[in-house]
Structures are given as C-alpha cells and as structure tokens.
Design a protein around this ligand. Structure first.
Ligand code: SF4
Length: 267
C-alpha cells in the first residue's frame, strides 16, 4: 500500500530559494499546495523531470485518498438508511435516543441519524466515523467471548499483519517507552480497565473498548537488562465477526495517532 506523500517530502526536492516563480510566497507553501492538489510539481521551473517523476504516482494516490474516503462513507451512509435502529441496538450494544442510534466509543457518545450523519461531544474524525458506520452496518454480530486472540488470528489478519505491526504496535511501544505513565493515563481518559498481566507476561495490561463489542487488550512489557520492551495488541475473538479487518486496522491506527497527540501534549 503506497504511503501518503507529505508537504515535507515535496519540500526536500525544491531548491528552497523562495524565488516565487511558482506565484507562491515560499517553497514550503508550494509543497503544501502540491499535496493539496492546487499546484503541479512542474509549476516550479527549477524542478527536474528526474525529481518529479518518482513522486508523481505517489502524489496521485495521496490526492485520490480523500475522494475514495468520501465515496466509502457515502456507501456506508446508504446502508445505515436501511437499518432498523430499535431492532439492532441491543445486539450492537447501543441504545436508541429518539430517532438516533447512540454508540459509545472509548467512553464518548456518538449519535447517528437515519441518514448516517454523526454528532458527538467530540471532534468527529474519519478514522472514527468510518469504523463506527462499518460496525453498525456489519452483516454478522457476536457477543464478547472473553477469549483474546492476536491480530493475525482474526479473519483476514494475516494480510494486514505487516501494516498493523508497523503502524500500530511498534509506534505504540515506542510511545510507552518514552512515556511510562501514558498507558495507565489512558485508563482514566478512555474508561479502560487494567487487567491481570501475569498470563500475558506483561507489566501493564489495559482493556479498551473502541466500540461496544470490539474490546482490545494492550499488553506492554518494559525493557530490562536482557530484553527490549515489547507491546502486543490482542482482540476479543468476537472482533473478527463484528467488523471487517480493514476497519479494525483503521480503528487501531487512528487510536495510536490519537495517543501520540495526547503524549505530545504531556511532553
Ligand atoms: S518556484 Fe520553486 S524555487 Fe521558487 S518559490 Fe516556488 S517552489 Fe520555491
């Protein structure tokens, strides 16, 4: 899967002279405009085609992602319109408030109307919106089992394992290494629970509910003289029945990004 191109990556190949021949005040402004799609790389007369070519394919992918995301959300909203909220609420672990379905994600309430529009006390970001709509429109559903399994044991997990390790477990482990208090702080912030860690050979075990029937268990082992630190995220067996693997990955990657922002504020 190609990674998104950032303004900084474009900036690296510009001459950094701020000559304004691209009609923008600086090379950095030009780089941001290229990523946003309002400028083309060739509008900087100083860039050589050998610099431009390797980036163009990646750039096209970066620019089409918001459109793909919007199309995916529209498709999900179409499915929501066909749902019978009173019938499905209990099965999903949600409640009905007036005409809306109310769902708790990490202790925060999100309300969804019959057109799939979402309101919340929190800022609604795409990584929350798409998994919530995917969860309520998912064809199958299973209650929480209490059996924890690894990501690769979830249906389709093997295909996403590499990305899951590099974007979720590894960055969260680094974050926990730098901020020893972070994981325990998350318990208060997101109504998590601490759990017995002996079974998982971990120092900290933390259960969070990103969605009502999507419990995750984060196990963190601090580094010691002989061993590097490690962090694993486990899932209740029901997760693979309640959400598509891509949405599970999106949810976890979004969580890690949010934890990074929280840690930055702490630091
Ligand atoms: S034309 Fe190129 S070098 Fe000049 S400001 Fe724009 S990006 Fe920078």
């Amino acid at each position: 899967m190609p990674s998104k191109l950032t303004p900084l990556e474009i900036y690296k190949i510009t001459p950094k002279t701020n000559c304004r021949k691209c009609l923008l005040p600086s090379c950095l402004a030009f780089s941001a405009a290229v990523v946003a799609g309002s400028k083309k790389l060739k509008e900087c007369p100083h860039l050589k085609s050998e610099d431009i070519q390797p980036l163009e394919k990646q750039l096209a992918k970066t620019q089409e992602q918001p459109a793909l995301q919007a199309a995916f959300l529209d498709k999900l909203k179409g499915k929501v319109a066909r749902l019978d909220f009173p019938k499905i609420a209990k099965v999903l672990g949600c409640t009905v408030l007036g005409d809306e379905l109310s769902i708790i994600s990490l202790g925060k309430k999100f309300n969804i109307d019959s057109q799939g529009r979402m309101t919340s006390e929190c800022h609604i970001i795409p990584w929350v919106q798409a998994p919530i709509l995917s969860y309520i429109t998912h064809k199958t559903h299973m209650d929480i089992t209490g059996n924890w399994i690894s990501f690769r044991e979830l249906k389709g997990g093997i295909d996403w394992q590499g990305l899951f390790t590099s974007r979720c477990e590894q960055p969260l482990c680094k974050l926990a290494d730098r901020n020893p208090e972070l994981l325990t702080d998350l318990i208060d912030l997101f109504m998590g629970q601490e759990t017995d860690t002996k079974r998982y050979e971990a120092d900290i075990g933390l259960i969070l509910h990103p969605l009502p029937h999507i419990p995750i268990l984060i196990c963190y082992q601090e580094a010691d003289a002989d061993l590097e630190s490690s962090l694993s995220i486990f899932f209740d067996e029901c997760c693979g029945h309640n959400l598509h693997i891509k949405s599970i990955y999106t949810l976890c990657a979004g969580l890690v990004k949010m934890f990074e922002h929280i840690a930055l504020r702490h630091e």
